[in-house]
Design a protein around this ligand. Structure first.
Ligand SMILES: *Cc1c(COP(=O)(O)O)cnc(C)c1O
Length: 414
């Protein structure tokens, strides 16, 4: 583990992160984050930042969020000991069960929190983007729950690939708009949702799905997802007799991982390890390993690590898991990488699928392919740290992945 706690520039960044100085007044996490947006967006972002400042820590608002989390989302989610994986890996393995949250993943924590905020800010309708459809489904559910009309932008290519999620969103009352411009996937959907928001920034609220985008989104999403790490930390102390030696989470846009890691950042002896999508391998275009293989740059309003070619062109990404398939990442992860507090690595498509199969077989849990990346990282780490206590964020369930699993793990077996 890097020695950022001790020396140098990295330790200065880490001290400031621990002191809660980030994001700073300009919305930056050290050099990362900020707002790289057209002038037309600035007033809407300013209003949103004011709203976040006013409400996010307001006791009545917090109570309202907590009540929805308890009564509708199903929190706290359990911390499950994983006895069979523990025996196989020679470690004590614990799973944080975000797969048991309503709609099947951690995304609902963010969706319901932002939808409640939107109401406080007087919004009359919600717009959202979605890639694989998981965030769209969570947002559609939260909007139905709170009686808010909801429009979800989704790349035309994704609409086809993820037809069941389009159906789920429609059943939940959302209008789904296929985006035929740009790359017809998540990136184009985000652009379209932003455009919709700017055309009516008072009546409309843009509910973003990960800890990305311009300030204050990365901060707000981290705050809403930190319930994962807060619960996990208390559950480890109560159920496992102490903090874990290492914590693992998969990193796409970075929301389940920042939510899991953030409450542990001050625990010096707890290693934090983010696992990205290594796809087919390390060549540009074959993966979504933004922090491991990328370089700094600006994408969708935010300065962070990016997958880009030598001319700064954003690269196509690949991952067997649609939820990790994004060329950017939360600016706070870029900071934690620079500060040496979190280490990042990747698991390939094949490794993740193997881990998914192992978890099914050993624990009777079908994890999302995204989450399976974290299991690969944990298994490898355990090999060199026998007897250690491991905590893995099981960010979602894998039922949604059946079409992919039929083409891969189950090929020739049905
Ligand atoms: C969307 C998703 C992810 C990736 O998003 P993050 O913002 O990186 O958390 C990971 N796991 C599951 C189950 C997802 O649905």
């Amino acid at each position: 583990m890097a020695t950022a706690f001790e020396t140098g520039e990295a330790s200065a960044l880490l001290r400031r992160e621990l002191a809660g100085e980030f994001p700073d007044a300009r919305g930056r996490f050290g050099p990362y984050g900020g707002r790289y947006v057209p002038e037309t967006l600035v007033p809407a972002l300013d209003r949103l930042a004011d709203g976040v400042k006013r409400w996010l820590r307001d006791p009545a608002f917090v109570a309202e969020v907590d009540a929805q989390l308890a009564n509708w989302v199903g929190r706290p989610t359990p911390l499950s000991p994983a006895p069979a994986l523990s025996a196989r890996w020679g470690a004590e393995v614990f799973l944080k069960r975000e797969d048991l949250a309503h709609t099947g993943a951690h995304k609902i924590n963010n969706a319901i929190g932002q939808a409640l905020l939107a109401k406080r800010l007087g919004a009359r309708r919600i717009v959202a983007e979605t890639g694989a459809g998981q965030h769209g489904v969570a947002t559609a559910a939260a909007c139905a729950r709170l009686g808010l009309p909801c429009t979800v932008y989704m790349g035309a290519v994704d609409c086809e690939r993820q037809a069941p999620n389009v159906g789920r969103m429609k059943l939940l009352g959302a209008t789904v708009v296929p985006v035929t411009g740009g790359d017809q996937t998540l990136r184009a959907a985000i652009d379209e949702a932003l455009r919709d928001w700017v055309s009516d920034p008072n009546g409309t609220y843009y509910l973003i799905g990960s800890a990305i985008g311009p300030h204050p989104y990365p901060y707000m999403v981290r705050e809403l997802q930190s319930v994962i790490g807060r619960e996990s930390r208390a559950q480890m102390i109560r159920q496992a007799g102490g903090l874990p030696n290492a914590v693992f989470a998969c990193v796409g846009g970075g929301s389940n991982s920042i939510g899991m890691f953030h409450p542990f950042i001050g625990d010096r002896d707890v290693q934090l390890i983010g696992v990205e999508a290594g796809g087919r391998g390390p060549a540009l275009g074959d993966n979504s390993a933004t922090l491991t293989l990328g370089r700094p740059g600006v994408l969708q309003g935010c300065y962070s690590m990016l997958l880009q070619d030598e001319n700064g062109q954003i690269q196509e990404t690949h991952s067997v898991s649609a939820g990790l398939d994004y060329p950017g990442v939360a600016p706070e992860h870029a900071l934690l990488l620079s500060a040496g507090r979190v280490s990042y690595e990747y698991a390939t498509d094949d490794e993740a699928l193997e881990s998914l199969a192992e978890c099914c077989e050993a624990e009777g849990i079908l994890a999302a392919i995204e989450s399976a990346h974290a299991f690969t990282g944990a298994r490898k780490w355990a090999a060199g740290n026998k007897g250690a206590k491991l905590l893995i964020c099981l960010s979602g369930r894998g039922d949604k992945d059946m079409p992919t699993l039929q083409r891969t793990l189950l090929k020739g077996k049905l």
